[in-house]
Design a protein around this ligand. Structure first.
Ligand code: NAI
Length: 334
């Protein structure tokens, strides 16, 4: 097919293959001009490759420029470094973009939540630089650079400008980490001066968490360093119905990897009951990124319709539908 784009597909672990199969079914039903190249990553392929992030997978994403990825598991404590963090570093996917929006008919404590979490993806404590100084004392280094902080701030303000958003909030703990978070804030302020039409404010991370659960409508675009962004993303997912419904993207200069915020959900893996909405909405973000806007709106519209009708719901949202039932309903709504 003319103008067919190749997308690297990484199923991942746990519920990854289930939600990925569902999402690919919808993309195929949409008849988008995409070709899917399947590659491996995650704990379940370590025996085959001796690593959770095979070189050929990274190469494939570098070639295609775009990947759709399921979650990959990471052992707590020891074990291999995270495949996710590795992929983000190797592809320099410096920004993580997570739009958090209320889903029609999904009752939560809040209505009309519509905010965007912009997370720096390559440094902070996630640099993973840890060592034992003497037995019983461990040092973990938080790396913050002017380069990475400036580019994530620019990404946040550019996103705000492009999407008509009114406010950017720089999140920090610079009252305690005066140098590292201080540098991060400095970069946000400098970049912010180039966007006079967008209101810029700063909030300390602990206060942000309290404000978010009190009144999430107070926020618009949040810009955070890596660890704060990770934690706040899950908090925000809880505001709109949980991890099953929040999409995400990891974006660099030349490549982008689209994946849900949730993990491998080992407690429900293999049961066919996972909610595929988050990965489906990540695929919608991918279609927009690829400038396939009409298909993006059709897919998004079908998901909204199924929620709007309120008949087919997966277990995480109090329904009894399986992943397949839900996917069938989306395809019917297309
Ligand atoms: P998790 O997101 O896998 O699960 C948390 C809870 O949310 C569980 O009760 C799970 O059943 C539920 N849940 C998550 N996604 C769901 C969905 N689509 N439908 C219905 N329910 C859903 O978080 P957890 O348990 O902390 O992490 C499990 C593994 O996933 C770990 O190894 C972690 O490292 C990995 N992980 C990977 C990520 C990635 O690859 N992007 C992101 C987050 C965690």
């Amino acid at each position: 097919m003319a103008n067919t784009r190749t997308v690297t597909v990484i199923n991942g672990d746990g519920i990854g293959p289930e939600v990925m199969a569902a999402t690919i079914r919808v993309l195929e039903a949409l008849k988008v001009p995409l070709e899917f190249e399947h590659k491996d990553a995650g704990t379940e392929v370590v025996a085959k490759y001796g690593t959770n992030l095979p070189h050929e997978t990274v190469e494939a994403v570098l070639r295609s420029g775009v990947a759709l990825k399921g979650p990959t598991g990471t052992v707590v404590g020891g074990g291999l470094p995270s495949a996710n963090v590795g992929l983000r570093k190797r592809l320099d996917l410096y920004s993580s973009l997570r739009p958090v929006k209320s889903v029609p008919n999904v009752k939560t404590r809040y209505e009309g939540v519509d905010l965007v979490v912009v997370r720096e993806n390559t440094e902070s404590l996630y640099a993973g630089i840890e060592h034992i100084i003497v037995p019983g004392v461990v040092e973990s280094l938080k790396i913050i650079t002017e380069k990475a902080s400036t580019r994530i701030a620019r990404f946040g303000f550019e996103y705000a400008r492009k999407h008509g958003r009114k406010k950017v909030t720089g999140v920090h703990k610079a009252n305690i980490m005066k140098l590292s978070d201080g540098l991060f804030l400095d970069c946000c302020r400098k970049v912010g001066r180039e966007y006079p039409e967008i209101h810029y404010e700063e909030v300390i991370i602990d206060n942000l968490c309290m404000q978010l659960v009190k009144d999430p409508s107070r926020f618009d675009v949040l810009v955070l360093e890596n660890l704060y962004g990770d934690i706040v993303s899950d908090l925000c997912a809880g505001l709109v119905g949980g991890l099953g419904v929040v999409p995400g993207a990891n974006i660099g200069e030349r490549t982008a990897v689209f994946e849900a915020v949730h993990g491998t959900a080992p407690d429900i893996a293999g049961k066919g009951i996972a909610n595929p909405t988050a990965l489906m909405m990540s695929a919608v973000m991918m279609l927009d990124y690829l400038d396939m806007r009409e298909e993006a709106r059709r897919m998004e519209g079908a998901i909204q319709k199924v929620y709007g009708d309120g008949k087919v719901r997966t277990g995480d949202l109090g329904g009894g539908a399986t992943t397949r039932d839900f996917t069938d309903a989306i395809i019917a709504a297309l």
